[in-house]
Design a protein around this ligand. Structure first.
Ligand code: E4P
Length: 214
């Protein structure tokens, strides 16, 4: 399973990119707004920093405007993937953009039914929001698992991005069930690195080494 980082913060992207573990970036309007910077500038900077797809989301609610905005975003950089919410207008926009060779990421997916529709409309990626399903008292990993099963069954080549990841267990479970990608916030990537036994082990090795020198 490939790992993307889910952020619009350049410093977070730079740090994690240096670890050599990320293959792409997803942003959304909330993440970009949090940075308080010009959208196009942020998207270009991310693309220059990271190899791989960089998702940038449209804000329009009507098909024609989504398509126009999507083309503008795609023109920013060849790595841009146009993120479009799953709704009637969004499906039609995904269809038009995919027919024009623009990569799309169907976002705000909360069911296998929505994922199937997005794939059939021509989405390059679908993004089921695991954590937000959990927030409603339902099982986000179950929804992800259903999508993996359906796509495997029909050899659908749309890639599944496990999104709205809240903790490392989400990432590991997504990998076990065969999701293609997980897009992971910086804080969760940090949690994934750390283990108390690794820290204890490092300290003990250094202490033993120092003791032997004396
Ligand atoms: C996915 O592409 C979204 O940006 C993201 O995963 C949303 O997650 P949240 O529920 O933490 O906002």
């Amino acid at each position: 399973m490939r790992l993307f980082i889910d952020t619009a913060n350049i410093e977070e992207i730079r740090e994690v990119n240096n670890w050599g573990v990320i293959s792409g970036v997803t942003t959304n309007p909330s993440l970009v707004a949090r940075e308080g910077r010009d959208f196009a500038t942020v998207v270009r900077e991310i693309c220059d920093l990271v190899e791989g797809p960089v998702s940038a989301e449209v804000l329009s609610l009507h098909t024609d405007e989504m398509v126009r905005e999507g083309k503008q975003l795609a023109a920013l950089h060849p790595q841009v993937v146009v993120k479009i919410p799953v709704c009637e207008a969004g499906l039609a926009a995904i269809r038009q953009l995919s027919r024009q060779g623009v990569s799309t990421n169907a976002t705000l997916v909360f069911s296998a039914a929505q994922a199937l529709l997005a794939a059939r409309a021509g989405a390059s990626y679908v993004s089921p929001f695991v954590g937000r399903v959990d927030d409603t008292g339902n099982d986000g990993l179950q929804v992800l698992s259903e999508i993996v099963t359906v796509f495997d069954h029909y050899l659908i080549d749309t890639e599944i991005i496990a999104a709205s990841i809240r903790h490392p267990v989400h990432v590991v479970e997504a990998a076990k069930m065969g999701a293609h990608i997980a897009t992971v916030p910086y804080s969760v990537l940090k949690q994934m690195v750390r283990h108390p036994l690794t820290e204890v082990g490092i300290t003990r090795f250094l202490d033993d080494w120092k003791a032997a020198q004396r």
